[in-house]
Design a protein around this ligand. Sequence first.
Ligand code: GLA
Ligand code: GLA
Length: 681
Amino acid sequence: MQRRSFLTQSLSLPFLSALPTLQAAAVTPPLVLGAAWYPEQWPESRWDEDLKLMEQAGLRMVRVAEFAWSTLEPHEGQFELDWLERAVEMAAKRNLVTVIGTPTAAPPAWMTQKYPDTLLTEADGRKAQHGNRAHFSFTSEKYREFCARIAGVMAKRFGGNQNVVGWQIDNEYGRTSNDDFTRAQFQEFLKKRYKTLNALNEHWTTAYWSEAYTDWSQIPLGPSGNPGLFLEWKHFISETFRTYQHVQVEAIRAHAPKRQFITSNYMGWYDSFDHYILAEELDLVSWDNYVGRGHLDALKNGIVHDLTRGLKRKNFWLIETQPGFVNWQEVNNALDKGEARAMAWHAVGHGADCISYWQWRSALNGQEQYHGTLVGADGTPVPMYDEAAQLGRDFAKVGGAVGGTEPVSEVAMLHSYDSRWAVNFQRHNRNFDPVALLGSYYRPLRRQAQQMDVIHPMAPLGGYKLVVAPALNVLTEPMAKHLEEYVRQGGHLVLGPRSGMKDEFNSLWPMRQPGPLADVLGARVEQWYALDEDVPVSGPWGQGKATLWAEQLKTRAQGVEVLMKYGASNGWLDDQPAVVSRVVGKGRITYIAAFLDDALMAKAAEWMLRLSGVKPALGPVPDVVEVCRRTGGGKDVFIVINHSKAAQKVVLPRAMRPLLAGGAAVSLLNLPPRGVEVLSV
Ligand code: GLA
Ligand code: GLA
């Protein structure tokens, strides 16, 4: 009750009624700084003070209303949106555009009490309880009705609002439900996909362990059991979240013009669902980037930005990031002074056009009291506020030069959820982490080439000189054709270990790895081995070791070069090929059959880049300095970031203008600790 009175108490303030006519629309700048703001948690008389502080720090966007369902619809069918409209108008007056989140990650108590079917069922069969979030069942039709209604009501009110520039659907979805209705939906999904039980039984080899189904209703819910069932369970989750999202996209689009984007905030490597499928319908992908414990590891974080950018092969928004520290780690240490700014520029370098802090100010109560913020519980700035303000000045200064540009790369890494799921389901060596394998390719390639895209295997490949596919475990016929075409047209395809083992049903190919590409490669995997001990590997790249995984290769055609070989180990691998390569058409295909150590991967990367004719985007820089290039619309800029606590010097290949420092062109760049410069070419 008290909270509602906060929202209404200042209704009588005379300036409020005049706001809409006085106010010209706020404008989205080319580089956006913003924060998550929850006006419903504060008295309305406080709002303008917050917005003024935001304006002073150069913030230009607020993200509001996600989680505010019990304020927006306090009782079933009773909507209260006036407060939100006043918040949007007050923000605009302070030069802030608004992104509205639909509140569907937080179903209100009246709903879950009256309609318990809207609640999620945990794996152990218990119903979720109120008092947390994302406790809805992703299949519940009743819940979707409520979602469509609230999203529609909001869009109707704000679709015409010039100060609302976009919509965020829900928040970080991914939790699945284990109820009977979900199981029935899964069976329906399978029926549509396989048409007949015979087809399903065949593709899943259900003769195994007497798993054959004679009725659709016999099929259990994933994730355990048969690999075919497991992969379809993941496909079902993806399809269910796609339709879950679609219900809201449709409800919003009915009232919201195209100038308002629709996004949803995703979570990097998180693999509950296939993000490529869900991103399709969004106008913009955004994600929540938290270092959590420790410090920014630029390569470890950079790959996730690139992965996110690759979902739509377009720039993205960093719609949440930590203002210093989080509250959900074992040790919630703060980033060093200057590190959050470097981290923000690092994101921009990888294609972010918005950096938005979560959150502006923590609620006085609620689960996240300890999380980092820009203002304290007392409503005045904490030290991190000044760093955000510096970023605000940065963006104001160079936004024009960076806006409209995007990272461009001649090197791509292929990533697919099917392959990750398939490997993770049966790792065979528990330490074989497909994400770690991707990282082992990414790090040396990104460092040496200073560019990298991470994309889906079916994405257009024509523009790339080099394409690497570590552990492309699920390799379908169309994918194999697409990749072969890329090679024949002059590309260099490098497959990593465990590639080409499975078909789209997670069934083993009845030919050896790399399955449908084995003939093109002119070689095949004789046997794979999970390693308990490292195995020596040597050849023109130098000496190193295979770790965790090694496959014995055999050449089967003319012109297949054996590049690297295993040394003495288990007898099976001794002196056998570990890397082979073959010229095919105008291009080349290479197979690396083992998880290689970092030093050897660095040599491998050198070889790949040299052979493919890829040059570094800028040129040699100290190891702790990162270079990102963004181009487009006749602009060409380098973002150069010192990720260390010591000053660094960077010799430039030619004189360039330092846009942040200002002044004349320089050919030597002096970067202070955690310093950043934006260079105009
Ligand atoms: C047991 C079972 C077999 C098979 C093997 C695998 O012995 O009886 O069916 O699963 O393990 O090692
Ligand atoms: C996630 C959520 C936010 C908040 C932050 C805290 O990203 O989307 O609502 O809980 O974590 O770090």
